[in-house]
Every structure is written in C-alpha cells, then in structure tokens.
Design a protein around this ligand. Structure first.
Ligand code: P6P
Length: 341
C-alpha cells in the first residue's frame, strides 16, 4: 500500500504499521495514541504559557539539582496520567523522578516500559524558544511482577520505539519503530498530527555544528581541535561550518536531522558534576540515537555507539555526539587517532 502522502493522520499511519507487523496486538498503537493526546494537552499549555501563570519555577529541584519549571511538572504529570491506566505498560521512568513509577494496583499492566524526558529544554520556556518531549519504549524482560531496575538498565539497541514532540513554530511528532523515521505536523484547526516528513533521511555530511562554545575551555584537547577545524576554510568539506545552537536538545537535533550536521555535548573535564557530560543516556541520548540511526546517521559518546552502552544507573549521563554519519566519524577520528581530520 502506498502512502497517500500529505493528509494521512498519524493514527492511520500507526494502524498501517500495525497491520504490517506480525502478531501486533494494537497495544503499542494505543500507547502512542495516549502519548499524542498528552502532547496535544502540553502543546495547549505551551502555546499559552505567556498568558497564564505557568511560567517560572516550582521552587523544587529534580534529581540533577535543576529547578523544576511549572511546565516541566505539568508535562510530567500529564503524560503519566494519560498512559498509566492504559493496561499496556508495566512501569514508567521519567527524567523528573528519581525512581521507577509503578502502575497503581487498581490498573492492569502490560509488556511495555515508557521512559520520558517530559519537557526537554525547560530553561528555554520563559524565552519562547523550542522545547520538546522525548520518549522511549522498551519491552519488559520479565513476564509479571514489579518492574526491576535491571529490566531498564539495558542497551539502547533494545528499544522498540523512540520519538519526540517539538513545540515550536509548529508542533511536530517524529518517531520510529525501527522501520524508518516519520514526521507529523499538528494541524491545530483539525487537532490532528498529519504526515509531513515521510521516511526522513539525514544527509551523510552537514555544514552545521551545534555545541555550547561557552564550555570550550572545559573540553578535552581533541574536541577543541575538532571544533576549531570546523571553522577553517576547507571548501572540499564545505568548511567553515555554520554554528547553530538553540540550547534545547530536541530543537538542535531536529534541525540537524533535516539539514545535516553534528550536535555535541562533550564531557566537562573541569566540572566534577559533569564528568560524563550533561545529557542523560536513557532519557535523551538513547532515544535520539535510535532515531538518527534509522535516518542513516550516527550517535556516539566519542568512542562507543550510544545504542551499545549499558547504563549503570537510571540517571546516567553520557557525552553525546549525534548527527550526520561522516561528521560523527570525523569527530571520532579526532578523539581516537589524535586529531587527524
Ligand atoms: P547548556 C536543556 O536543559 C538540556 O538538557 C538540553 O535540552 C540541551 O541540549 C542542554 O541541556 C543545553 O545545555 O549547558 O548548553 O545550557
């Protein structure tokens, strides 16, 4: 069956994928639909954040010592409330919660574990810049009983689906179930996510690099040499590259996914709080790594494929280099071969 291109709703697309998946029970489709409802509710709050008292901080902090913004908390609660009663999940893990969120006994459970970064880029909420929601879906290892940490601390290659919602000039859903990457744009008049980017493929090499250059002196020497090399004139490699940095991972990742380029959050050699960088393996790096590889790109911690890394704790951080495959490979050569371009 061929796509009818623009105009196909995400629900139609999900049902088609479900029909093409042997033994699909529809549970995954229903779970993704609940995430879509949650995103529409979050979109509504984000789009009026400037008008109601939803800005600002709650005065409390998350496990990373970061101030929890009111929209963060709202997004976290909204997603949990929408999916916790569906009967398709065994547990939820959220970047905003220290421990695994169990399904209350009064609700049925299912085979999936949902991991969420409910509102990525919350520091940008107050300035109306892109923010997003990242999700990852895994199948539990055990048949029944409470989900244990060892069922979650597993390689990203075991994810069965990953995606994000980006709240910006328009609200989009980008997701993969391992059969390519597809983008859907919310038509606010219809309240429907419509297929707008079928089978996204990231260019093999880009001309954009995204990194917080304010941390330059905290990077290792090879990383500094790599970023410096992007600024030198080398027309054969389309250099100098353009620097683009929103400060919201979903926003920077999404632009580079469509246009090509590399996003970097290196380890901080001088901040004991960020020896492995700032970004979270389970809630940010692994889901985006699944998406970028499905789109033909690459994601690495500088030495290892992100999807091969086994977490030690629920909130592990990891250095992240993600985007066009040739750009990530060049970065790795600087790190591993002493900086040859
Ligand atoms: P910095 C947002 O707080 C976030 O977690 C990611 O969305 C973003 O890529 C990164 O932090 C930005 O961090 O240190 O550059 O402000």
């Amino acid at each position: 069956m061929t796509d009818r291109g623009l105009g196909i709703t995400v629900t139609e697309h999900l049902l088609r994928e479900q029909r093409e998946t042997p033994y699909a029970t529809g549970a995954f489709t229903q779970l993704l639909n609940e995430l879509i409802v949650a995103a529409k509710i979050i979109h509504r709050q984000v789009s009026k954040a400037g008008l109601v008292d939803i800005f600002g901080s709650t005065g409390s902090e998350n496990v990373y010592g970061e101030e929890i913004q009111k929209l963060d908390e709202f997004a976290n609660r909204t997603i949990i409330r929408r999916v916790i009663h569906t009967g398709h999940i065994a547990a939820i893990a959220s970047e905003e919660d220290a421990d695994i969120i169990e399904v209350p006994h009064q609700y049925p459970t299912g085979p999936y574990i949902l991991l969420i970064d409910p509102l990525d880029g919350s520091s940008n909420i107050d300035v109306n810049a892109n923010i997003g929601t990242i999700f990852s879906i895994r199948r539990r290892i055990k048949e029944s009983g409470p989900v244990t940490l060892d069922e979650i601390l597993r390689k990203g290659s075991e994810q069965i689906a990953a995606g994000y919602f980006i709240y910006g000039s328009s609200t989009m859903l980008v997701y993969t179930t391992g059969k390519g990457v597809h983008g859907f744009t919310l038509n606010p008049a219809l309240g429907e996510f419509l297929l707008s980017h079928r089978n996204i493929k990231i260019p093999k090499r880009g001309k954009i690099y995204s990194v917080n250059e304010g941390n330059y002196y905290y990077w290792s020497e090879p990383i500094r040499r790599y970023v410096d090399s992007l600024k030198e004139k080398d027309p054969a490699k389309g250099k100098p590259y353009t620097s683009r940095y929103i400060g919201t991972l979903v926003g920077d990742f999404h632009r580079n996914l469509l246009k090509g380029g590399i996003f970097m959050y290196p380890a901080d050699t001088k901040d004991p709080k960020k020896p492995r960088g700032k970004l979270r393996l389970l809630f940010e790096a692994a889901p985006l790594a699944m998406i970028v590889e499905q789109a033909g790109g690459a994601a690495s911690d500088g030495h290892r494929r992100i999807l091969d890394i086994e977490p030690e704790t629920l909130h592990d951080r990891v250095p992240l280099f993600i985007g066009s495959s040739e750009d990530v490979s060049e970065l790795e050569r600087f790190l591993n071969d002493g900086g040859s371009s």
